[in-house]
Structures are given as C-alpha cells and as structure tokens.
Design a protein around this ligand. Structure first.
Ligand code: UDX
Length: 425
C-alpha cells in the first residue's frame, strides 16, 4: 500500500531509502540539515557514488515523488511514517553516539501526532524504549518501530529493492504490520519486539565481520605451508551449513558499519557484564592485520633510499567512494607514516596528505618499488601490465584482493604476491 513518508537524514541509508521508496511509488519528503547537500540533491546532483542512485534520484524529482528540505518539521508535515536515518557514529568508548538522533526526536516530538516513527539508524539495544520514553515525556504518543537496514554500499539500491528479509520490531503490533506491509516484496519478515530487532543488526554485522576475519586467518594458514585459500573457501562455501558468502580474504574489513557495529556490540556486552571474546579478537586481529601488511610492504624497500609505494584503491571496497575505516587508506597512511612515499589511484575515492593522489592506475604505478592492490575495482584487471612493469622501478605486486590474473602478471615479468596463495615469480 503506497504511503506518504518522511526520511530524516540524507546519508547512504536515508538517500537509498528515499530514492528507492519514491521509485516504487511512495511520496517521499527528505529532511536534511546540510543546506549544500539539499541544494545539490534538488538539482539532481547525487552526493555519493552508488550504482543507479543518480538515475533514480532524477526520476523521483521529475515525477514529483521526491522532495528535499532543510526543515525536518516541514519534511514530516504530511507524512504517515517518519524514518530516522541520521548518523550514529562511534563515541570514544565504542558505544553509538545518539546526540543527533535524540536532538531530532526532541525536535519532531511536537509534530508527530500519531505518525509512526521508524528507527532505521543503527542504534544500541534499548534505544526504541528510550526514544519512546522521550516522546511520551514530551506528550507525544507516536508509536516507535525499529526497522534495521542491511544494505551494502555499492549494491545499496538492489539490496533495498530486493531484500533477503525484513525485520520490524515494536511494542505496537499495528505499527509493526504497517511498516512490514509498506515494503512487502514477498521476502520473509521477522515481526518482533524492539530490542530483538535492534540486536539483529549488530548480530548480523558482528557475525559477518568475524567470518571475514576467519577467512583471513585461514588465508594466513594457507600461505605458510603453501596451501590455496581458494580451494579452502570454495569447499567451505559448498557446505550448506556455511554457505559461500563473506569468505573472500583481503586486507581486513572496513567501512561505515562492520568496525563501528563490532565496537558497539562489545560496548553493549560490557555494559551487561558480558564479553564476546571472538568478536573482540576479530576487531584486534583486523587492526593488526593492516599493521602487518604495512610492515611487510616496508620490509621490501629497506634497501631503497627514497622508497615509493604505489597503491591501487583507497575505498574500503569496490563500488563505493567511501573511505571510512578503509583498510586501503589505513595501509597507505601507515606506510607513509614510516617514511615511504605513497602514491595512489582510486576510480572514485580520494585521499589527501601524506598520500599523493594520481590521475590513473598507471600514474600510481610509475616509479614505484612495490605496487599494492588494496581495493578490488574490476577496472584494475584491464590495465596493461606490460606497461605497468615498464613504468615501475621494482617488480613486486602485492595483490591484497587476489584480483589480477597470475598468468598475466607473470607474463609481464612481475612478481605476484597474493593472499593465501604461494608467491609467484
Ligand atoms: C555492511 C553490511 O554487509 C550491510 O548489511 C550493512 O547494512 C552495512 O555494513 P558494507 O559496509 O557496505 O555493508 O560492506 P560489506 O560488503 O559488508 O563489506 C564490509 C567489509 O568487509 C569491507 O571492508 C569488505 O572489503 C570486507 N569483506 C567483505 C571482505 O574482506 N571479504 C568478504 O568476503 C566480504
């Protein structure tokens, strides 16, 4: 059933939700406090790089289904449902910082009436209860529903339009049903209490982050005796109890969710006198992995007086311009901090000092002693490796994503070090 909805916060989650909801026919008003962002969006300029988002933004604006305003109060005026998609960054102790969320709740309380308030930002367990209490204190009786978001950057719109499942939690059964039917695409829906809904999001990201770290540890274990991680993960993936996803080894997990949500879950556990040792280990191993990679790169240039390291990729993964907690950026900065010159190229993401940004992958490889591939952009596989070999000073490619074809690298006369594989060349 189509609805008039408001979305507060035009970040990755909010924009995808707003644009996707307008595309399926809902009327969407977005409240965003950043004036420049609102002006750009009204002019059909998409502030983030996300497959398909710019086109559907234009579509929604032209169809009159999508509007943007700097006034949250105006955004919710005619809405039946109000989605909060404001940032909840990590506070210094690892917990989620709810300053922005609470300020928006206070601001909107007098204007909600019986509209349904939907919490889509990733929030600590118990936030639904606290927000409800906050609204009641302000005399507002709006039901509060928790509806966590599972979209991945790079495939956000596809994830929104075709979710694996939907989770909706509230103490108000009618509100739960209303939110569930709003985006009903025939996928399984978990209707539950608010705390369980809040926990699902953290549990999902903590589980996946731990799984990635398991794959990375298996890769390390392959390298030492000379086993092949691809054979190991392919076989793991064929076991239906395990499944094939999130087993790709690499430089470690990053992005706006995994590291933040892992820290928040550990903080929640600590608050209750509990511990999640496997998750704590995953966070620790992830950080030390990037330290170890940086040290291994530097070990290759100890004899060089002015070492130059090339970095292909800055984004935390391919398909996005996002560098939040990016392993690629982190590794580049660690190498630069220890005295090597780092020059990088990424098709979408940027970096500043101490990393020198290049115009092309070939530029970033030129004059380098070692070339590190840190983000799995498919376009890197199309580079002319003979040209790269010619342009480099050294001959070692450290391929942290196992991206390049080993035969092509060997033919170009380069040494190829991959993750969880015997070194070649
Ligand atoms: C994640 C969740 O998948 C999504 O459901 C949630 O809403 C937000 O957080 P995202 O941050 O976009 O999405 O990235 P994701 O594709 O999950 O990857 C997270 C990190 O793990 C990246 O650094 C990625 O490179 C790494 N990763 C992922 C691996 O190293 N190997 C894998 O097999 C999968």
């Amino acid at each position: 059933m189509l609805a008039d909805i408001a979305v507060i916060g035009a970040g990755y989650v909010g924009l995808t939700l707003a644009v996707g909801a307008a595309h399926v026919g809902h009327t969407v008003s977005v409240g965003e406090r950043d004036q420049k962002r609102v002006a750009a969006l009204r002019n059909r300029v998409c502030p983030i790089f996300e497959e398909g988002l710019a086109d559907l933004l234009s579509e929604g604006l032209v169809a009159g289904k999508l509007t943007f305003t700097t006034s949250n109060v105006e955004a919710v005026e005619t809405a039946e449902l109000v989605f909060l998609t404001v940032p909840t960054p990590s506070a210094s102790n690892g917990s989620a910082d709810l300053t922005v969320l609470n300020a928006v709740v206070d601001e909107l309380a007098p204007h909600l009436g019986d509209k349904i308030l939907v919490l889509k930002s990733t929030v600590p367990v118990g936030t639904n209860r606290d927000v409800t209490a906050r609204l009641r204190t302000a005399g507002c009786l709006a039901p509060v529903v928790s509806n966590p978001e599972f979209l991945r950057e790079g495939t956000a719109l596809a994830d929104f339009l075709h979710p694996d499942h939907i989770v909706v939690g509230s103490d108000d059964a009618d509100a739960v049903k209303r939110v569930a039917e709003l985006f009903d695409q025939g996928c399984p829906v978990t209707m539950t209490d608010p705390m369980s809904a809040e926990l699902v999001k953290y549990a999902t990201n903590a589980y996946l982050a731990t799984r990635v770290m398991m794959a990375n540890s298996f890769a390390d274990l392959c390298e030492a005796p000379g086993a092949d991680i691809d054979a190991v993960t392919a076989s793991l993936g064929r076991d239906h109890r395990i499944g094939p996803h999130f087993l790709q080894p690499g430089p470690g997990f990053g992005g706006s969710c995994f590291p933040k949500d892992a820290r928040a879950l550990l903080d929640l556990a600590g608050e209750h006198g509990l511990d999640v040792p496997i998750l704590a280990a995953a966070v620790k191993v992830n950080a030390s992995r990037q330290e170890r990679i940086a040290a291994a790169v530097l070990a290759e240039v100890t004899e060089v007086s002015e070492p130059v390291v090339g970095l292909w990729g800055l984004a935390f993964k391919a398909g996005t311009d996002d560098t939040r907690e990016s392993p690629a950026l982190n590794i580049g900065e660690l190498i630069a901090a220890r005295g090597a010159n780092v020059q990088a190229y990424d098709p979408e993401a940027v970096a500043g000092d101490p990393i020198r940004l290049c115009e092309s992958a070939l530029d970033a490889a030129t004059g380098t002693d070692v070339l590190v591939i840190a983000t799995e952009w498919p376009e890197f596989t199309g580079e002319d490796l003979a040209e790269v070999a010619e342009a480099m000073r050294g001959d070692l490619v450290i391929d942290l994503r196992n991206l390049l074809d080993p035969e092509a690298v060997r033919t170009a006369g380069l040494r190829h070090r991959r993750v969880g594989k015997p070194e070649q060349g």
